[in-house]
Design a protein around this ligand. Structure first.
Ligand code: MTE
Ligand code: MO
Length: 192
């Protein structure tokens, strides 16, 4: 059977997540920017390695199963654009990237409205939200700010963010209180 067809039929049976690109061998991938752990169906990398996974180790995290995304894998998912006012300058900015729920689906995560999702950033900052909030707030895993990829050392390379101006509960708050559940420099998502 042709490989592409085989993968497509696997996806159709639910054996593979529908949105997942065929897993590329680790050696041909770019560095993982985002690792999804917890309630996921499949792995595309090894379990937690106390040597290679030092930052996870320092943040006292470990996992048996993980799905890692490089930049290309995230860029291959349907991109959405939002235009929220950011708190740093009070101006409207454009953020683009895949929807968080699509990223989780591509990772084979079983997300329900009650799922507990932890979004964790490289500086250790973490935000906890439910599957319902991920969906209704329409969180993006933003890859671009105002048309540019975001630097590590800035807000990137990934920023979990929503369009606060378009979420009544957030728009009602002062700017500095709208984005507390939006980690920049996102690198890890755990599904409880
Ligand atoms: N990585 C990371 N993301 C973060 C934070 C942080 O400290 N680190 N602070 C959060 C909070 S509490 C707010 S109000 C906004 C703005 O915080 P900041 O000024 O630290 O960016 O970003 C959120 N995202
Ligand atoms: Mo904050």
């Amino acid at each position: 059977m042709e490989k592409r067809f085989f993968l497509a039929s696997l996806a159709a049976t639910g054996a593979l997540p529908a949105l997942a690109a065929p897993a590329r061998p680790a050696a041909s991938r770019g560095p993982a920017l985002l690792t999804v752990t917890g309630a996921i169906a499949h792995a595309n990398r090894s379990k937690f390695d106390p040597v290679a996974d030092q930052m996870f180790h320092k943040q006292k995290l470990a996992f048996d199963k993980a799905w890692a995304f490089d930049f290309a894998a995230l860029a291959a998912l349907p991109a959405h654009t939002i235009r929220p006012t950011l708190e740093y300058d009070g101006k409207i900015h454009t953020l683009k990237g895949p929807m968080l729920v699509d990223v989780l689906q591509a990772a084979g995560a079983a997300v329900t409205d009650k799922s507990r999702i932890t979004l964790r950033a490289v500086d250790g900052y973490a935000a906890s939200l439910t599957g319902l909030e991920a969906r209704t707030r329409r969180y993006l895993v933003a890859t671009h700010l105002d048309g540019q990829p975001m630097a590590l050392g800035g807000l990137g390379p990934l920023w979990a963010i929503y369009d606060a101006d378009r979420i009544a509960e957030m728009a009602a708050r002062p700017l500095p209180e709208r984005f507390s559940t939006c980690p920049w420099a996102l690198y890890h998502i755990d599904i409880g």
